[in-house]
Design a protein around this ligand. Structure first.
Ligand SMILES: Cc1cc2nc3c(=O)[nH]c(=O)nc-3n(C[C@H](O)[C@H](O)[C@H](O)COP(=O)(O)OP(=O)(O)OC[C@H]3O[C@@H](n4cnc5c(N)ncnc54)[C@H](O)[C@@H]3O)c2cc1C
Length: 379
């Protein structure tokens, strides 16, 4: 499915992930500290550039190669994989609806990794039902005045740029939402509590506050009222990034369980020779392969320029399937290691904790099923 050149890039990322990121994974999980050294590694090796056009300092935006890179890194460390996925999530709004001036101003900094970016849609009272958000943006001269808050925002406190959604017309429902690029040092913008959590511990998840925060009109992304549509178009293209994180986790856990099963003996032979264990390994590998095929197809479809319902359905199916595979496979990996699988000394319990979030963020899997069914039922 990959060209020779794409396989070469994959090999490069694979080596980087194995040699430089894998040895850091357990420590990142244990300390729950954001891994700036990993960001530096990406900067040095131009990994952020995979997602951006050459015009903005990238190497030619390829959705497929972005997914491959996230997958390879997430085999060893899902927190590190997420750093790439969220750079794409945050940049997409500007790529899709930004003016030329906004693109020139922001994208080169994101392509080099000088700046990290965040995507701020969810609020305390609105996750799945994101259009129920309470944050407001009122026009005032050459600026909008933002008031409100966001919750569970990845990269809170480490990003220099926040793509935020707020209501410019409280009476217009979905059509009353607009998108804004908010720089971290804007007066009235503040990062609140960073949440302790079950997995992807090195990734920051936090609250954002807007208190009479003046954002220049020049930072509105797209027209007034187009924010919700943009948020959904972004998710169509970013959900596969979470699917890539999930496939990486699933394959990483399968590879580890296989090696363990070769070496661990019970009743006089390696556990891999017990058919019940061999059967689990076979199912795990099959699920990984099926998930990867769907993932790569989704990447190729995005690169072909697909838009609208076809992409919405495929991207939701990819996120749904790959994340369910990740949860099932990482849980099986823990089972194959027995008691050792439950111990922090081995990586599979971390992988299982990390896998859970892929079924929740960027739309829970219940929401993905609703989206898929809705698209199936269209005339
Ligand atoms: C670690 C982490 C990082 C995150 N990063 C970001 C980020 O960077 N940016 C951002 O904007 N958000 C982010 N989120 C928020 C995330 O997208 C939401 O948590 C998620 O969409 C679910 O929203 P909720 O938590 O409000 O749950 P709710 O919407 O309250 O849902 C609760 C439960 O009800 C189910 N449910 C809700 N509605 C329906 C329905 N109609 N039919 C069937 N079931 C339903 C859900 O599936 C879920 O099981 C992050 C969350 C976490 C935990």
């Amino acid at each position: 499915m990959l060209t020779a050149e794409q396989r070469e890039i994959r090999e490069l990322v694979r080596t980087l992930a194995r040699e430089r990121i894998a040895p850091r994974a357990a420590e990142i999980d244990k300390t729950a500290e954001f891994p700036w050294d990993v960001v530096e590694l990406y900067r040095e090796n131009g990994l952020f550039g995979v997602m951006f056009d050459e015009t903005y300092g990238g190497v030619g935006a390829s959705a497929l190669m972005t997914l491959v890179a996230i997958e390879e890194i997430s085999k060893h460390c899902a927190t590190s994989g997420l750093i790439l996925a969220v750079q794409e999530l945050g940049a997409l709004g500007i790529k899709l609806a930004g003016t030329d001036e906004q693109k020139q101003r922001f994208l080169p900094r994101l392509a080099s990794g000088e700046w990290l970016v965040a995507y701020a849609l969810s609020e305390a009272g609105s996750g799945s039902d994101s259009a129920a958000m309470a944050s407001e943006a009122k026009p005032d001269g050459d600026a909008y005045v933002l008031n409100g808050s966001k919750r569970f925002i990845t990269n809170a406190g480490v990003a220099q740029l926040y793509v935020c959604f707020a209501k410019t017309d409280k009476t217009a429902g979905h059509d009353g939402i607009s998108a804004f690029a908010v720089e971290a040092d804007t007066p009235g913008f503040k990062v609140g509590r960073i949440e302790p959590k079950l997995g992807i511990k090195g990734s920051t998840t936090g609250e954002l506050f807007f208190d009479d925060c003046r954002v220049p009109v020049a930072n509105r992304i797209g027209d007034e009222g187009e924010g919700f549509g943009l948020a959904m178009r972004v998710l169509d293209r970013s959900r596969p990034g979470i699917a890539a994180q999930a496939v990486g986790l699933a394959q990483g856990a399968t590879d580890y369980a296989l090696e363990y099963a070769r070496g661990r003996e019970t009743f006089g032979e390696p556990i891999s020779r017990h058919q019940l264990v061999g059967g689990m390994l076979a199912d795990m590998e099959t699920r990984c392969e099926a998930a990867r095929r769907l993932l790569y197809r989704c990447g190729a479809v995005i690169d072909s320029g697909a838009e609208g319902p076809e992409l919405t359905k495929l991207s939701a199916m990819t996120k749904l399937f790959c994340s369910d595979v990740a949860m099932a496979v990482t849980t099986d990996a823990v089972q194959i290691l027995g008691g050792y699988g439950y111990m922090q000394e081995y990586p599979v319990e971390r992988m299982m904790r990390d896998a859970k979030i892929t079924q929740i963020y960027e739309g829970t899997n219940q929401i993905q099923r609703l989206v898929i069914a809705r698209e199936m039922l269209r005339d």
